[in-house]
Design a protein around this ligand. Sequence first.
Ligand SMILES: *[C@@H]1O[C@H](CO)[C@@H](O)[C@H](O)[C@H]1NC(C)=O
Ligand SMILES: *[C@@H]1O[C@H](CO)[C@@H](O)[C@H](O)[C@H]1NC(C)=O
Ligand SMILES: *[C@@H]1O[C@H](CO)[C@@H](O)[C@H](O)[C@H]1NC(C)=O
Ligand SMILES: *[C@@H]1O[C@H](CO)[C@@H](O)[C@H](O)[C@H]1NC(C)=O
Ligand SMILES: *[C@@H]1O[C@H](CO)[C@@H](O)[C@H](O)[C@H]1NC(C)=O
Ligand SMILES: *[C@@H]1O[C@H](CO)[C@@H](O)[C@H](O)[C@H]1NC(C)=O
Ligand SMILES: *[C@@H]1O[C@H](CO)[C@@H](O)[C@H](O)[C@H]1NC(C)=O
Ligand SMILES: *[C@@H]1O[C@H](CO)[C@@H](O)[C@H](O)[C@H]1NC(C)=O
Length: 460
Amino acid sequence: MKKNMSGEGGWWVVLLTATLAATSNAEGGAGLLTAAPLHQVITSSTLRWIQLQPDTTLEYVVTGAESEKGPVYLCRGRQQGDWLLGQLRPKYTECLISPETRSSNFEVLENIHNASLIHWKHWNKFAPRSKGAVTVDSSNSNVFIGRTNAIQDKLSHYIGRISYETSIGHMQVLDDENNELTKDSGEILVEIEPISYKLEKVKIEDGTERVTHDEPISFGERILQNNEDDDATVNTAVEYAYNYTLKWGHKHGIATGLNTTVEMIDGTIFPQMKWGDSFREERKDLFMLKQYLKPGTACNVTVRGNYTHRDVNYTGKLVTFYKDKTERSRPITGERVETIMQMEAIYGDVYFIANNSLVPTTTTTTTTTTTTTTTSTTILSTLLLPTPKVPTNIDIANPMKKPEDIEDIDSNDMKPPPVKENISMSTKGELEGRKPNAAGTSGIEMLSLLFPIFALLISV
Ligand SMILES: *[C@@H]1O[C@H](CO)[C@@H](O)[C@H](O)[C@H]1NC(C)=O
Ligand SMILES: *[C@@H]1O[C@H](CO)[C@@H](O)[C@H](O)[C@H]1NC(C)=O
Ligand SMILES: *[C@@H]1O[C@H](CO)[C@@H](O)[C@H](O)[C@H]1NC(C)=O
Ligand SMILES: *[C@@H]1O[C@H](CO)[C@@H](O)[C@H](O)[C@H]1NC(C)=O
Ligand SMILES: *[C@@H]1O[C@H](CO)[C@@H](O)[C@H](O)[C@H]1NC(C)=O
Ligand SMILES: *[C@@H]1O[C@H](CO)[C@@H](O)[C@H](O)[C@H]1NC(C)=O
Ligand SMILES: *[C@@H]1O[C@H](CO)[C@@H](O)[C@H](O)[C@H]1NC(C)=O
Ligand SMILES: *[C@@H]1O[C@H](CO)[C@@H](O)[C@H](O)[C@H]1NC(C)=O
């Protein structure tokens, strides 16, 4: 009869793993029964047992019945080490467990942010244990929360426990006179599993960015040199790789591990990820180096980068999808952490290739004045690319697009750069002298690839 229930493990299995990894019960997550035949208890991400505090939002506390005087909340109290189901009636300060037992140190069942889709499912004593049934005590997979319709109208329902010792269930409820009744049928509380999420209309909150840097990593040194007879702007590109990560946070009320898509308020869609995990990918990019050089001069450039973590707060709407194709949405706030690589080039003094001596900072000749660059710093951060391709082509496509990023030598250059620039690329042999890591090797390969592109652009 329940054949279709077995083997649909998705969410539960993921949650189970997360639960085992994180010694869950510290946070009081309510236990939920997994599908047959295993019938394990996993921790709900959206239901939890909490002590009633003055600031508890009572609208989110799960109600078992209505009464003339207001809602009757579900609660549980400890007796000899075991959690027993009870009910918190209007104006009561104790959890009523049985005719004789009340607990003043009790917990109520909270539906965190109203995020859980719970359902009172029809039950009779011959029905097998329901997948998703909420347990009273996470360490006991045989006792659940039940209720049955009331006879008088003081209470809408009689709340009680459903326990299984065999395959036949046993329901025991308390009526409005606190009499214990045994029932053969009624309802059992189950949580409906979400299958995926969509975080939409995401808006980054201005002024919430916090940036931290790791220690700089060296991507090696390059020598830019002009072996030609004319002044030239020497370009080269350094290829670098890094691990990009993006995490949208992990919050109560959202099941870790479910497929989640994210759409910004401007319509940008990010690659699908699993909630609570970082989206991670290795990215390769090109970092452009550019130096205006007189004939016979060269400049050493050190390239390094920082892993840079950018935290921002965001607001958005979380849409939760369920298997029966229904969906529910609610506003959420969260913190997004993005890790990128921030690159930096440190340009050394310009020197004569012939004798390695520095080009004087103020040399007046009839034709030119050459200014050595004082160690100028160029920061070129990578862009946040929603649908990244590896390698990204941004720098290749627009090598000249960020001239303002490159502090050129024109600050006290008296002669404007020649209209037609002659490009001198660093040759392979010269670069090989400085090749501290693998990034350097691939950098060289990129050079030959880039050369025609530059030539093309400059001749336009
Ligand atoms: C909780 O969610 C349900 C279903 O979306 C809705 O009917 C109910 O009004 C919500 N309750 C509160 C207190 O927001
Ligand atoms: C970002 O959100 C967190 C958690 O909600 C909050 O504590 C923090 O103050 C927020 N930061 C800013 C700059 O608003
Ligand atoms: C580029 O340099 C070559 C020699 O290195 C020279 O023959 C040619 O005229 C130069 N072209 C321009 C546009 O300056
Ligand atoms: C990215 O991370 C993976 C796994 O941690 C690692 O093997 C790889 O070397 C990293 N790549 C870079 C460029 O750091
Ligand atoms: C989650 O995403 C993966 C990869 O796109 C897909 O294979 C899987 O079916 C998805 N799971 C659900 C429950 O949609
Ligand atoms: C540039 O690099 C070369 C090769 O490593 C080195 O011999 C030279 O001293 C450097 N020059 C300057 C000005 O840093
Ligand atoms: C790395 O971060 C530090 C600040 O912590 C900064 O001083 C340094 O310039 C950064 N280096 C790079 C290569 O971005
Ligand atoms: C180095 O060589 C350049 C040209 O080749 C020359 O102008 C300069 O005077 C030389 N400097 C020294 C210190 O020899």
